[in-house]
Design a protein around this ligand. Structure first.
Ligand SMILES: [Cu+2]
Length: 829
């Protein structure tokens, strides 16, 4: 068999139950159908049609007692490659083999690799070190009061890049592992938040605790919300709610507190200044009635504000109550008096309404609807016929000449480090950094909501990020645990947060067909998938590695929207009251307000090494002469141009740090190049950044959030890399928007980015105008970006893989390795 060195037809399978259909070249060639005359094509078509009908009849009648899937190898072509010395097991119920369940993950502990997320043991070690050094003071290490000093968050502090590169590429010393820890210091005379670097981990005896901030630098009131504060807020509101009992019974279907209402949902931000803490809350039904969940699609028109700065909860009080957007009422008594005087508009939910909530909320099959035809059959499935083609050591992953490390932390989310393809570094770091959401709605306490999700924790902030079995990932996926610090219990926990698997793209990566040649390659990806939950919303991050060197990063949103109460007599709504200035009515008592989801990524490209430049390739249109003049001193249009106008390219090396936006009227390609590395054709080797975004920042520059959220203004921002510019936002800035301190615009200080270590901050996202289909569940709105080889290789980079290739007249016949169908054993979750 020509050009097929890895294939060995003489291999016989040790297990006779597996029939490998190995055929000679002659047999194989005799089955070719694409190279003959048009007549033979027609003949094949007719034979195929008849055969298809016969197979269809057989399949229909045979399906009742069939015990196995249709076997793709029954096409009967090709050979298999390699051996596997495993003896497949046979399922007792079905006469079909299980796929070889070779675990791609070895026993290498996470701690032995430099970029691995902190483990539970390491987090406990950090906690012990801080406890012993009196950095934390909580009684029995469980905080109950804001006057205590305890650990808010902790996660891996990645090594300095130069140390990591020296270790990974130049036999340098292995960098130690360190934790970055946020401590809420309520016990201090002037309470604040401090951050520390703790490590090296591994042996507590030589670990040090190094402050990363100065005392008082991070104001106590600009901290994220935590379980202790939320508990105190809930307790404070209890009294008010009991006082409102008759209003609630009358308005909200005889609801009583605390049994029928659960949520006081606390909306950000708590003020513009870091010294302020004015927490706006809205009340909502407990959708699951007995279960606590943040559904936010059963919000009620009752809201208020808690004045809650500092640590002394006795000084806190409620104010600015609103009922059906009427107010503000200074106290709950004022609201009751106004309500009882019958001078305000009232709402009456119908009797029995609360009993319908769970049904509306829960995402299960509606049994009142007929099942779709064949929906009682299982859907299509993928499998790995001869076991995984990837391996995982610690958190280091290898697949098809890709190599990378999985990392990340509870605040900023998942990250990959040292991404190499075919031995070349492509990126040093590819990391989720933050998610910005800006809401607009006509609702008291809910308008102008801004969330920066890193403040709440993207991967295990308040809720563990846990893979849902057989939903998030295929059954054969390898699950990786990561850990998170739970501030409320001051303890570390594992979560099954990441899955890794090879995916069958079920499509051509490339193809070509002619009467003399047919070739192609089936697309497959290695996927690293991280589903997370942040309050009401769920996000799914995908990193997809392609065989040809592309890397696709994608974020999808699902879960519950944040709705607001639909008021059927809303004086600000349109005539039929089905929409207002901010969105549509989406259910019986909710509207879906407009908002954005903007995902900010750090993309530290290293095209071969860290000396990179950033090129803009402009797509222009204009006169022929203008086009030619960009490259030479030509004065006359050569005669062979048939039009006066043309499109052309103009190449620009970006000299200084800048933020860039996509513009469909003025298109340009964003390319990171290595000036010193050329491909076989003399062209600078590069990688293109292709944002696949449907949105750019739509808020005006003078909006109060736009400084803190400056990363949302650009699709790609290019800066010179600095160790201290680790993230594109600060987790405190949402709570100090008038004077943010860690936002992306601060990094744009006009430094040279030619032949430098440059970082590309990529922001993609979407506007979300909820419609009725978003209830109860938002179905995958998504956005992402591609990193794509751009003159990086000398040719299409897939020809070191088995291809599909047939051509008439010579012996070029090649196929992917053949296989027998098998069933995947269920992964233990
Ligand atoms: Cu949304």
């Amino acid at each position: 068999m020509a050009d097929n060195p890895g294939f060995d037809e003489s291999i016989s399978n040790p297990d006779s139950s597996r029939k490998y259909r190995v055929q000679s070249e002659e047999q194989t060639k005799s089955q070719c159908f694409i190279f003959c005359s048009h007549l033979s094509v027609l003949f094949v078509f007719v034979v195929g049609l008849v055969g298809g009908i016969l197979i269809g009849i057989y399949a229909y009648h045979g399906s009742k007692d069939s015990t196995s899937c249709q076997n793709e190898s029954s096409q009967g072509i090709g050979t298999r490659t390699g051996t596997d010395n495993l003896t497949p097991t046979t399922s007792p119920q079905r006469n079909i083999v299980q796929c070889p369940n070779r675990n791609p993950k070895d026993d290498t502990p996470y701690e032995s690799t430099v970029f691995a997320p902190l483990t539970v043991n390491e987090m406990k070690m950090v906690s012990d070190i801080l406890w012993q050094g009196s950095y934390i003071t909580t009684v029995d290490r469980t905080p109950r009061s804001l006057k205590e000093t305890f650990i808010l968050y902790m996660y891996l502090l990645p090594p300095r890049k130069e140390d990591a590169i020296r270790y990974l590429y130049h036999n340098g010393m292995k960098p130690g592992r360190y934790a970055r820890v946020h401590i809420q210091r309520g016990a201090e005379q002037v309470p604040d938040i401090m951050e520390y670097k703790v490590g090296p981990l591994g042996s507590s005896s030589n670990a040090t605790v190094i402050p990363l901030t100065r005392p008082g630098e991070i104001h106590f009131n600009s901290r994220p919300y935590d379980g202790v504060e939320v508990t105190a807020l809930n307790r404070l509101l209890d009294g008010d709610m009991k006082a409102l009992e008759s209003l609630m019974r009358e308005s909200f279907d005889d609801a009583t507190f605390p049994d029928d209402l659960f949520i006081f949902f606390f909306n950000g931000p708590p003020g513009l200044k870091e010294t302020e803490r004015e927490t706006r809350f809205v009340i909502g039904f407990k959708g699951f009635q007995t279960i606590k969940d943040v559904d936010l699609i059963n919000l009620l028109p009752l809201s208020g504000t808690v004045h809650n700065p500092g640590t002394n909860t006795l000084d806190w009080y409620t104010h600015s109550y609103y009922y059906l957007n009427q107010g503000p009422y200074r106290t709950v008594s004022d609201l009751i008096a106004e309500y009882n005087s019958n001078t305000i508009r009232k709402v009456r939910l119908p009797a029995g309404y609360r009993n319908t909530l769970q049904k509306r909320l829960f995402s299960e099959r509606d049994e009142s609807l007929p099942l779709r035809e064949y929906a009682d059959r299982p859907g299509a499935r993928s499998y790995m016929p001869q076991g995984p083609r990837f391996s995982i050591s610690g958190t280091k992953v290898k697949w098809m000449d890709w190599n990378f490390h999985i990392s990340g932390g509870q605040l900023n989310g998942p990250a990959l480090f040292d991404i190499r393809f075919k031995g070349n570094r492509i990126a040093y770091e590819l990391a989720v950094n933050d998610i910005a959401l800006e809401y607009a709605m006509d609702a008291s306490a809910q308008n102008g909501i801004i969330y920066m999700d890193a403040t709440y924790g993207i991967m295990g902030g308040d809720t563990p990020s846990t893979i849902i079995r057989d939903v998030d990932c295929p059954s054969y996926a390898t699950i990786l645990n990561t850990s998170y610090w739970h501030s409320f219990s001051q303890n570390a926990f594992d979560m099954k947060s990441i899955c890794v698997f090879e995916e069958d793209g079920q499509e051509a990566l490339w193809r070509h067909f002619s009467t003399n040649f047919a070739g192609g390659m089936r697309n497959r990806h290695l996927v690293v998938r991280v589903p997370v939950v942040i309050g009401n919303y769920d996000y799914i991050f995908d990193f997809k590695f392609y065989i040809d060197g592309k890397l696709y990063t994608n974020a999808k949103a699902s879960g519950y929207i944040q709705a607001s109460f639909w008021d059927e007599h809303n004086p600000h709504a349109s005539g039929d009251k089905t929409r207002d200035a901010f969105g549509y009515r989406v259910s019986d008592y909710q509207t879906g307000p407009i908002h954005d989801h903007m995902f900010g990524f750090k993309v530290d490209m290293d095209v071969i090494d860290s000396n990179n430049s950033f090129e803009l390739v402009h797509w222009k249109a204009g006169d022929i002469l203008d086009a030619l003049k960009t490259q030479s001193n030509i004065t006359q249009v050569p005669p062979y141009f048939i039009y006066n106008q043309t499109r052309y390219l103009e190449y620009e090396t970006m000299r200084r740090e800048a933020g860039l936006r996509l513009n469909y009227d003025n298109q340009k390609l964003f390319v990171v190049v290595n000036e010193n590395m050329r491909n076989k054709w003399g062209v600078k080797r590069g990688y293109q950044i292709v944002p696949l975004s449907t949105a750019a920042q739509s808020l005006p520059e003078n909006h109060p959030a736009m400084k803190a959220l400056s990363f949302t203004k650009y699709h790609v921002t290019v800066t010179k890399r600095k160790e201290e510019e680790q993230y594109l936002s600060s987790i405190y800035d949402i709570n100090r928007m008038d004077n943010p301190k860690g936002y992306l615009d601060l990094m744009l200080d006009n430094e040279s980015i030619v032949n430098e270590d440059v970082v590309n901050w990529v922001t993609v996202g979407f506007l979300h105008v909820p419609t009725s289909e978003d209830l109860p569940m938002t179905v995958r709105v998504e956005s992402g970006f591609m990193l794509k080889p751009f003159n990086f290789f000398d040719t299409t980079a897939t020809f070191d893989m088995p291809q599909y290739s047939e051509s008439q007249g010579n012996n070029n016949v090649e196929y992917e390795p053949t296989f027998d169908a098998c069933i995947e054993p269920n992964t233990e979750y």
